[in-house]
Design a protein around this ligand. Structure first.
Ligand code: FE2
Length: 393
């Protein structure tokens, strides 16, 4: 039931809430005679859907739910699993199937959040426990990719997911639609993510103390939060770089991770880094155009590494996995965007203000979950997700 800061959730809550999603949006409307596990759960494990009626508890109080017990939450889960089996045994309406797809993708999002929340909780614990006691495997004698630009000429292109609305098993989130035309000026995009070595140079150049590189809100965040390095970096005299990094596999000296992508930086830090290098962040249209020809292959959750890995091949690397890449694009609806009908319209649509788009997934994103059209979004000061930087110009 640990909740180390208000934006994170306890593991028990994630388990109950993903179960609640199926009970609320699939079983109650589509399984005749479904008996809810416990009536209060209808509002207790609601995250943010206001149109369901009853008010949900304050997010920051989730860590105070000592009851229901984990045993009861697991019984809730078993109850819902059993009812889902019943649903699958009969004829399934297309609308129910669409919601099952959404429920599965929702659960994958929470699987990623569980790992980022555990990482923060363990970092907040004075004992600094490791989620996995096996240390990160080094790169051996693999040499890291040189920084290179990939050039794209100007063009009209299409972005967004081309959903087949006649196929209820074709899935994307509503915010990836409609597919539409955009005009893209000629641009360059980096072959790989910014590395810890490059970020250390940015820190050594004292950029955290130089307001000229920062957006106004970013500079305010630097001063208020006292940012001097990415989240999970800590001074360590025992390492030749003077730093160590907390990972899901415990502490590692920065010297062993210098060529791996920097992660746990905010949009403001990504933006300041790009400006310091005389570059900028890619727009989401540029990112999607660059990624649209690439197979979904990379250091995603399924590799089991649980931390970004160095780039060592040719071509455009690390688009999928390693770290989410901040883009220069604010999170808004695409032209003609329509949220899903009913309460599920609150899934994505109502968050379209004050957040920035991230692309490509991270080392804790399930591989089945990501695609080139996928639009993640977080407020610009967010650092507890695996968020990194790719340069554009
Ligand atoms: Fe959720």
């Amino acid at each position: 039931m640990v909740q180390s800061f208000p934006e994170a959730s306890p593991m028990k809550w994630h388990q109950a809430h993903t179960t609640w999603f199926f009970e609320t949006f699939v079983l109650r409307p589509f399984l005749p005679d479904y008996k809810p596990f416990r009536d209060e759960f209808r509002w207790l494990f609601n995250s943010y859907y206001n149109s369901l009626g009853e008010e949900a508890p304050e997010k920051q109080l989730r860590g105070s739910f000592s009851r229901p017990s984990l045993r009861e939450v697991l019984a809730f889960r078993a109850h819902v699993d059993e009812a889902m089996e019943k649903l699958f045994a009969g004829h399934i309406h297309d609308d129910a199937a669409r919601r099952v797809m959404l429920g599965l993708d929702h659960e994958q999002q929470h699987q990623e959040l569980m790992l980022t929340d555990i990482k923060h909780a363990f970092f907040s614990n004075p004992l600094r426990p490791a989620y996995d006691a096996n240390p990160l495997v080094g790169a051996g004698d693999v040499s890291p990719s040189e920084f290179m630009w990939h050039r794209f000429h100007d063009r009209v292109t299409e972005i967004g997911y081309p959903i087949d609305s006649t196929n209820c098993l074709d899935f994307c989130f509503d915010n990836e639609t409609p597919r539409h035309k955009v005009y893209v000026e000629a641009f360059r995009i980096a072959n790989r993510s910014v590395t810890c070595r490059e970020y250390l140079e940015f820190m050594s150049d004292d950029v955290y103390a130089r307001p000229e590189f920062w957006l106004s809100e970013g500079w305010e965040a630097v001063r208020k939060q006292g940012w001097r390095a990415p989240l999970y970096w800590e001074r360590d005299a025992a390492d030749s770089t003077g730093w160590r990094i907390f990972t899901l596999r415990g502490w590692h000296g920065l010297s062993a991770l210098l060529d791996t992508p920097v992660c746990h930086v905010s949009f403001f830090e990504a933006d300041a880094f790009a400006r310091w290098r005389g570059c900028r962040l890619p727009t989401e249209a540029e990112w999607e155009l660059a990624a649209s020809g690439s197979a979904i292959h990379g250091n995603l959750l399924d590799t089991g590494r649980l931390h970004p890995a160095l780039a060592s091949a040719d071509g455009l690397e690390q688009l999928f996995g390693d770290s989410w890449e901040w883009t220069a694009s604010p999170y808004t609806g695409y032209p003609g965007y329509k949220p899903l009908p009913g309460a599920l319209g609150e899934y994505n649509g109502k968050f379209m203000s004050g957040q920035m788009i991230l692309r490509g997934g991270s080392c804790v994103t399930p591989a089945m979950h990501i695609r080139s059209t996928y639009r993640n979004f977080f407020p610009p000061a967010t650092r507890w997700q695996f968020t990194g930087i790719r340069l554009a110009a």
